[in-house]
Design a protein. Structure first.
Length: 493
């Protein structure tokens, strides 16, 4: 019965994609081209041979046209980074870390692929990559330097090795699959560590590659290539972004992100035990939640899919019974005032205070230009109408650099007493209350602040966008659990 239920849920998921595939165009004509799906599986979903088998079962359960994006096996990317850092300082431990990557990859291959010709062929490909990885580490050790460009190349081996092994297993299981290195089809600039995608040429390359593809495309997530031919990455968790880019390029009917949670939750379940799965999210709500720390969605993931109006479905590889969360450009109907609560820990509050700032044109501009020049990302801003102070929230690790930039660039205003002091307060938590239904809700802010007041939670700063879909507030980090549970109980039961 449980197996039948899983099949029915996957059938329902396929039916959702079918609806999007056959939706009428403005001319009244149906797309009627069959279902095209993009599925992405994260590191926890492909952590070992048994989980890779389960992924292949999910992929081959239905017959739609598919593209599968895989991350590196869980823990491999961290091992690659650690080995590069050890090699950079001449620490021989890098050889042990590289050995662990080799051993784990070859063991997984041996557990999955049994037919001798295919095993030998795949092993040659894997060994060639592992040898290249070792040679690069040796080069890093010799010159005692690991640039961002070198690090991107080293990190790329996780996805390349895993996709090579998974594609081989899928072929042995009787399902035609083709390994595709994303460096062939995704083009970025030379911003190593987080390349900026050049969409026009990327879409052209993907469309051209798809025409020659046979069976299911097994594509490396996270990595790309620069115009100069160097390996780049899309940033940590960039495999979600890869999936979104592929989905947009092939006009997919849906993009499924398979992970180790049941969907997008109303709050962090590690802090709020009563957090529950949100069945449907609007794109704006999903974007807000992702920017404010909802780890299940990468902040950049939705950009290509939004442009093409492609729904994104969050599913759990470990729990096929969970229907997941659907993110689509549709108005959601729910009976709660808010949709979810997100939070960012380890933030700092920077307060620029000065009587001379009152009525002084350009004061805010100088502050923000100073922080921008120092490459400081401001998460939240709040200013009272008195103009006596401006407070900003940034990551705690950037707080010291932010203060130094401001003290340097505003030295003349500080000397003239226009600015009295620059305060930095650390060990704080930023909480964002998010939801489409918040707009126009009379008394919602009162209920929010009252729920915190009853629990003796002190609010240090507040900000609300004009869309009324987000209220952000800063509190002491020590009061995080109390605050999140109080808000969740008040609005989401």
């Amino acid at each position: 019965m449980a197996l039948l239920w899983r099949f029915s849920l996957l059938y329902a998921n396929t039916w959702l994609c079918y609806i999007y595939a056959n939706i009428e165009t403005p001319t009244g004509e149906s797309n009627n081209r069959g279902i095209m799906k993009v599925l992405k599986f994260g590191g926890s979903s492909v952590a070992d041979s048994e989980k890779i088998k389960k992924v292949v079962d999910i992929v081959t359960l239905s017959t739609e046209n598919k593209f599968v994006i895989l991350s590196a096996m869980k823990g491999i990317t961290n091992a690659l980074i650690a080995s590069a850092k050890k090699a950079e300082v001449g620490d021989a431990v890098y050889k042990e870390l590289a050995g662990e990557v080799r051993e784990r990859t070859l063991a997984t291959l041996g557990e999955l692929v049994k037919s001798e010709p295919l095993l030998a062929e795949t092993q040659r490909s894997v060994e060639a990559m592992l040898n290249e990885y070792h040679d690069i580490l040796h080069g890093v050790e010799l010159i005692r330097e690991c640039s961002l460009r070198s690090m991107d190349l080293i990190m790329s081996f996780g996805e390349r090795l895993n996709c090579t092994v998974a594609a081989a297993y899928m072929n042995e299981a009787g399902h035609k699959a083709e390994f595709i290195d994303a460096r062939e089809i995704i083009r970025t600039d030379s911003s190593f560590g987080k390349g900026s995608v050049e969409f026009d040429i990327t879409y052209e390359l993907i469309e051209k590659r798809v025409k020659s593809m046979e069976g299911v495309g097994i594509i490396t997530g996270f990595i790309a290539n620069s115009d100069e031919g160097y390996t780049t990455t899309l940033g940590r968790n960039g495999s979600d972004y890869t999936a979104s880019i592929i989905a947009a390029a092939v006009d997919a009917d849906c993009c499924e992100i398979w992970t180790d949670v049941d969907g997008v939750l109303t709050a962090d379940p590690r802090v709020v035990s009563t957090a529950k799965v949100i069945d449907r999210l609007s794109i704006e709500e999903a974007m807000e939640l992702s920017y404010f720390g909802a780890e299940v969605i990468h902040p950049s993931t939705l950009i290509p899919t939004v442009e093409k109006d492609i729904p994104v479905i969050i599913r759990n590889t470990m729990n096929l019974d969970a229907p997941g969360t659907v993110i689509a450009d549709e108005k959601t109907n729910r009976d709660t005032s808010i949709t979810g609560i997100a939070s960012i820990d380890n933030v700092a509050l920077i307060n620029v205070i000065g009587n001379g700032m009152v009525g002084m044109p350009g004061a805010a501009s100088r502050i923000f230009c100073s922080l921008a020049d120092g490459d400081i990302n401001i998460i939240m801003i709040s200013q009272a109408s008195s103009e006596h102070s401006i407070c900003m929230v940034c990551r705690q690790e950037e707080a010291g650099r932010a203060r130094a930039c401001l003290e340097k660039d505003l030295a003349d205003a500080i000397a003239a007493k226009s600015i009295q002091k620059i305060e930095v307060r650390e060990d704080l938590e930023l909480i964002a209350v998010i939801g489409e239904n918040m707009k126009g809700q009379v008394g919602l802010s009162g209920r929010l602040f009252s729920s915190l007041g009853k629990k003796d939670v002190n609010i240090l700063a507040i900000a609300q966008g004009s869309t009324e879909k987000n209220i952000s507030l800063v509190i002491e980090k020590a009061q995080r659990e109390t605050a999140l549970n109080a808000i969740h109980e008040t609005f989401l039961g």
